[in-house]
Write a protein that binds this ligand. Structure first.
Ligand code: PMP
Length: 403
């Protein structure tokens, strides 16, 4: 029996957004929606101002050395694609004498897996896959051991979107540097930015892919890519990220070439300015305390699900080292069917399946059907977690009785 929507799919995209997001987007569309950077009139200037404030806010959040190193994108997939295509094409254009090599891990999202794999399938690069353990942890030393003298790029998710397991990014970067200082490390931070403090300079990452619509509580269609000095030096003749997307940027650039300075070098076309107005409002509205609350709810989910017969949980045993994500299966029912039933009969939104991370399911034994993921958000309440657990308990009892 339903008693209103219970949204537990914040790892896919956060909901509800703070009311300030819709307000800012409506106000932007009503009064400021010129084309940012194109034209000198008031509306264009105001639109550019909003976009640049969002960029600066993101830069401060991740401790980027300057705002120009934050390239605005349409989401984390877009950021990952910009990095992977950009670095591989950059290396290939440079006429690398040997076949380039890249490293990815089994916790990666399809944004990384499929993008690297298409180059490998065409025989253009070699790729080494580093397996996580049964709880979703990638050993930094194993990650670095896969790096060789041909490795131009090593990709690691900050946290698994399926299991929630957080990785030791600092340790992995350090280990990679000691193996090959020229390898660029790309971190997919879709699940962590907005939740965990991130300092890109302290972590020494080269490329950090960000989603605006998850932990940052912004609208869909927003994201960013942090680009380090190593990946794109101020001396842009030595840039290692080649932007395949070409077009207008608003900046003055001679002839038919793209501008060579950041961020314009990697941003072509009109940006999702209304989306960044929303993201800026979301970042301004966000308080520090969300993550603690979400982890308290996650602990309740783990404890509650753990005491229900017929439920198998995956990943780390507790909330230590985990994001607010819980992955489980119920005996006798496929993950997608359980999620569909919860939606249709109980108005509960969870996600069932492989969560665009197919390889991690091979490791934890849930391939090919995957598992159900419940991910609370800042406005989820303790009562709602109670309701969810009671429903799952009832379903599990029904399955046991039927079996
Ligand atoms: N990487 C990870 C780890 C993710 O969880 C997601 C979103 N599920 C993505 C990449 C893709 O992000 P976006 O939806 O912003 O394209």
């Amino acid at each position: 029996m339903s008693s209103g929507l219970l949204y537990l799919d914040n790892a896919a995209t956060s909901w509800p957004k703070p009311p300030e997001v819709a307000e800012a987007m409506c106000a932007f569309l009503a009064t400021q929606a010129g084309n940012p950077g194109r034209g000198g009139h008031r509306m264009a200037r105001e639109a550019a101002g909003v976009v640049e404030r969002a960029r600066s806010k993101l830069a401060a959040l991740i401790h980027a050395p300057c705002a120009k190193r934050v390239v605005l994108t349409h989401g984390c997939t877009d950021s990952v694609n910009l990095s992977v295509h950009g670095v591989l094409r950059g290396a290939m254009r440079g006429g690398c004498g040997t076949k380039p090599h890249a490293v990815m891990t089994s916790i990666e999202h399809n944004a990384v897996l499929r993008t690297l794999s298409c180059y490998a399938k065409d025989g253009l690069i070699d790729v080494t896959l580093v397996e996580c353990d049964g709880r979703g942890t990638v050993d930094p030393q194993e990650f670095a051991a896969a790096v060789n003298e041909r490795t131009i790029m090593a990709c690691l998710s900050h946290a698994s979107n399926a299991l929630g397991t957080i990785q030791d990014i600092g340790g992995a970067v350090k280990a990679v540097r000691s193996k090959n200082p020229d390898t660029l490390v790309m971190v997919d931070a879709a699940q962590t930015v907005g939740h965990l403090p991130i300092d890109v300079q302290a972590l020494d990452v080269d490329l950090l892919a960000i989603a605006g619509h998850k932990g940052l509580l912004g609208p869909t269609g927003t994201g960013a890519l942090y680009v380090s000095e190593r990946a794109y030096p101020d001396d842009c003749a030595k840039a290692r990220v080649f932007c395949e997307r070409r077009g207008g940027t608003g900046a003055v650039a001679p002839g038919l070439e793209m501008p060579t300075t950041l961020p314009d070098a990697l941003e072509a076309g009109t940006s999702n300015a209304v989306g960044f107005a929303g993201l800026l409002a979301a970042m301004n509205a966000k308080t520090e305390s969300h993550h603690e609350h979400e982890m308290d709810l996650t602990r309740r989910l783990l404890d509650g699900l753990g005491s229900i017969r017929g439920i198998t949980m995956y990943g780390l045993g507790g909330i230590e080292g985990r994001m607010p994500v819980v992955l489980f299966n119920m005996d006798g029912v496929a993950a997608r069917d359980l999620a569909a039933g919860l939606d249709a009969e109980e108005d509960i939104a969870v996600r069932g399946g492989v969560h665009c991370a197919p390889l991690v399911h091979e490791t934890i034994g849930t391939a090919p059907l995957g598992a159900v993921r419940a991910s609370p958000g800042p406005t989820t309440t303790v009562d709602e977690i109670g309701r969810f657990l009671r429903v799952v308990d009832r379903y599990a009892f029904g399955m046991t009785a039927a079996g």
